[in-house]
Design a protein around this ligand. Structure first.
Ligand code: ATP
Ligand code: MG
Length: 335
């Protein structure tokens, strides 16, 4: 059975890493059909809009999108197209795996394999109620946490743990100080955790979590936390395993899910064949997991690991002298 997904090639290095990723997906014959849709600078140039209705319709229809990085030009109505997409489709779960891969510049070769599940729709990060007094001396922001928002994200994290055979969920909070907001999140998390007796649940204060991640990252399995903490922690985790070139992410809602690389459009290397396509490919692996093809996801990750191990046509950021498509072909040959 063929499943149609929306493919957004994006800006900067986007088209190159998408070509590379689709090349590998095609080699795998996973039964995907692609419906191309524009967003970002390329959409503004072609259609006069950053996020055309046709693109939104395509994502609504297919419910799954694979997306390259996008440029949001200043003064075009959105502060970020990515944030706009999260809002439009209520993509409440931001899921960021961080795993050690061979022959990368990772801090901890070989022993990190964790997933950060970040709440994506509420909390301090969304900047609700921002104001500053006329004299510019005092700034305010509202931090709102809801039972509904907390419950669905914690439930997502536990369901993910069950589905992927993981053993432990760490609830990251600051309830000792932020007694109402972080306190509510922690309270709801405990209630949800009680419904998953087969998964170990631990609680950790966010500052200690940062220290523990740097000193003993192998103790973590699934981390679930609120928006702003998750933003910071997931980048910390990407850094632990060697940086942006290998960091994928998913934004998941009830009716749609968008899979992507965490990095940006990298205009400094765009069009030169230097971009590492692994982050988007690993995003595609997350997508395969999500659409019920976990064995194909494992196959794709395995081919990437084998290619890194063989140091076959690695891109310059990994110390190699290959180019984006040659690297993709090396990966496809190991599928
Ligand atoms: P944007 O404004 O879209 O975020 P950026 O230049 O900040 O663009 P980032 O992706 O944040 O782009 O990149 C930061 C640095 O990391 C850049 O020097 C870029 O070349 C490098 N980089 C990012 N992604 C890749 C990749 N996939 N392969 C190789 N280098 C990358
Ligand atoms: Mg950037």
């Amino acid at each position: 059975m063929t499943q149609t997904i929306t493919v957004i090639r994006g800006d900067g290095i986007g088209p190159e890493i998408m070509d590379a990723t689709l090349h590998v997906l095609d080699a795998m014959q996973v039964g995907l059909a692609y419906e191309e849709a524009d967003a970002g600078l390329v959409a503004l140039e072609k259609h006069g809009e950053l996020l055309p209705q046709a693109t939104l319709d395509s994502i609504s229809r297919n419910r799954i999108a694979l997306k390259s990085p996008l440029t949001t030009p200043v003064g075009e109505g959105f502060s970020s197209i990515n944030v706009e997409l999260r809002k439009r489709f209520d993509l409440y779960a931001n899921v960021r795996p961080a795993r050690s891969y061979p022959n990368t510049r990772a801090r901890f070769p070989g022993n990190v394999d964790l997933i950060t599940v970040r709440e994506n729709t509420e909390g301090a990060y969304i900047g609700e109620g921002q104001s500053i007094t006329e004299d510019g001396e005092t700034a305010t922001l509202v931090q709102k946490i809801t039972r509904k928002g907390s419950e669905r994200i914690v439930r997502y994290a536990f369901d993910l743990a069950v589905r992927t055979g993981r053993k432990k969920v760490t609830v990251v909070h600051k309830a000792n100080i932020l007694k109402t907001t972080s306190g509510l999140f922690l309270k709801v998390a405990r209630e949800v955790a009680a419904q998953y007796p087969q998964i170990e649940c631990t609680e950790m204060i966010v500052d200690n979590t940062c220290m523990q991640l740097v000193m003993r990252p192998e103790q973590f399995d699934v981390i679930v936390t609120t928006n702003l903490f998750g933003d910071i922690i997931s980048d910390l985790c990407a850094g632990l395993v060697g940086g942006l070139g290998l960091a994928p992410g998913a934004n998941i809602g009830k009716d749609a899910a968008i899979f992507e690389a965490v990095h940006g459009t990298a205009p400094d290397i765009a069009g030169q064949g230097k971009a590492n396509p692994c982050a988007l490919m690993l995003g595609a692996a997350q997508m395969l997991d999500h659409i019920g093809q976990p064995e194909q996801a494992t196959r794709l990750r395995g081919a990437i690991v084998a290619t890194l191990e063989a140091q076959d046509n690695l891109t310059p950021d990994l110390g190699g002298s290959g180019n984006t498509m040659a690297f993709a072909k090396a990966i496809a040959s190991r599928i």
